[in-house]
Write a protein that binds this ligand. Structure first.
Ligand code: G
Ligand code: G
Ligand code: MN
Ligand code: NA
Length: 258
């Protein structure tokens, strides 16, 4: 249909945009600065007639028309360029990129990642791929050759929307995961719902046991920051700190953080 052709045109003409949302440390005063520890890249498609089309809508289109590889590499290229551009004293800004799980079935993907890391001078440890739990764990957990190779290269793997799927926590033992992102529904619920708070606590305990980093997603209030601090959650993301921003505005926001 029309949208698939429009997407092809947008991809070929470089019209897709990437926005960036900061990831921050929670164990220090945000307003004092120095709390930013990375960014998540989020793709955006400003459609000439329909306005901004949501990734949930166009990523499946890209997948069904064979354009997902091109889309993923476009986002990765831009994300790594910005990682290098926004380097701090200790190196490029740690950057997280969302992956559709089917990308991990592509045995050629790791070599293209390696080439882009080299092109932009970003060490592999500064790149994290986020994969949604639902997708990682549908059926048996699979350590695909591509995932294995990326792990060998030193690229980090994060389980996105953790807790939202129905799957067993035992999958954490089978995949080389360095980070969990607690699904925003639990983070947002914990202010008013003891069950959500218990789930957040349980995930933090589990992550500690496995020596995995945790990021709380969807933080929208100071109250939630305080609650997460009490539970010793080290890192978070959310509108409270910043919405996902286009590169120029993200750069300005970063400057303001000192
Ligand atoms: O910010 P936002 O509403 O756009 O994100 C919507 C969903 O799209 C999220 O689940 C996010 O992980 C996903 N997403 C955003 N950017 C990308 C991308 O570059 N690749 C993939 N596969 N998913 C993305
Ligand atoms: O699935 P994934 O976690 O990659 O996507 C993150 C989604 O959450 C994106 O759509 C992003 O725009 C959105 N998001 C980021 N911070 C907040 C927040 O504080 N509140 C809400 N409601 N959504 C957020
Ligand atoms: Mn994500
Ligand atoms: Na998420």
């Amino acid at each position: 249909i029309g949208l698939a052709a429009d997407l092809r045109r947008a991809l070929d003409r470089g019209r897709l945009e990437v926005h960036f949302q900061p990831k921050v440390r929670l164990d220090r005063d945000f307003d004092a600065g120095g709390a930013v520890i990375g960014a998540e890249a989020l793709v955006r498609w400003p459609h000439p007639t329909y306005g901004t089309v949501a990734p949930e809508e166009f990523i499946p289109i890209a997948a069904s028309t064979g354009q997902l590889g091109q889309l993923t590499e476009t986002v990765l290229d831009e994300a790594l360029r910005r990682s290098a551009e926004w380097a701090g004293d200790d190196g490029p800004l740690p950057m997280s990129v969302n992956l559709s799980p089917r990308t991990l079935a592509d045995a050629g993907f790791p070599d293209r990642v390696a080439a882009l890391l080299e092109e932009h001078g970003v060490p592999p440890e500064r790149l994290t791929f986020e994969i949604t739990e639902d997708d990682v764990v549908s059926g048996e957990p699979r350590l695909t050759p591509a995932l294995d190779r990326l792990h060998e290269m030193g690229v980090r793997l994060s389980v996105d929307d953790f807790g939202a799927g129905y799957s067993s926590l035992a999958y954490l033992r089978r995949l080389p995961v360095q980070e969990i992102k607690i699904d925003l529904r639990f983070v947002q619920g914990m202010a008013t719902d003891d069950d959500d708070k218990a789930i957040v606590e349980a995930v933090l305990g589990l992550a500690k046991h496995f020596a995995i980093d945790v990021v709380a997603e969807g933080i929208e209030s100071h109250q939630t920051v305080e609650q997460l601090r009490e539970l010793h959650c080290a890192a978070g993301q959310g509108y409270y700190f910043s919405r996902p921003l286009p590169p120029d505005r993200f750069a300005a926001w970063l400057d303001g953080q000192g």
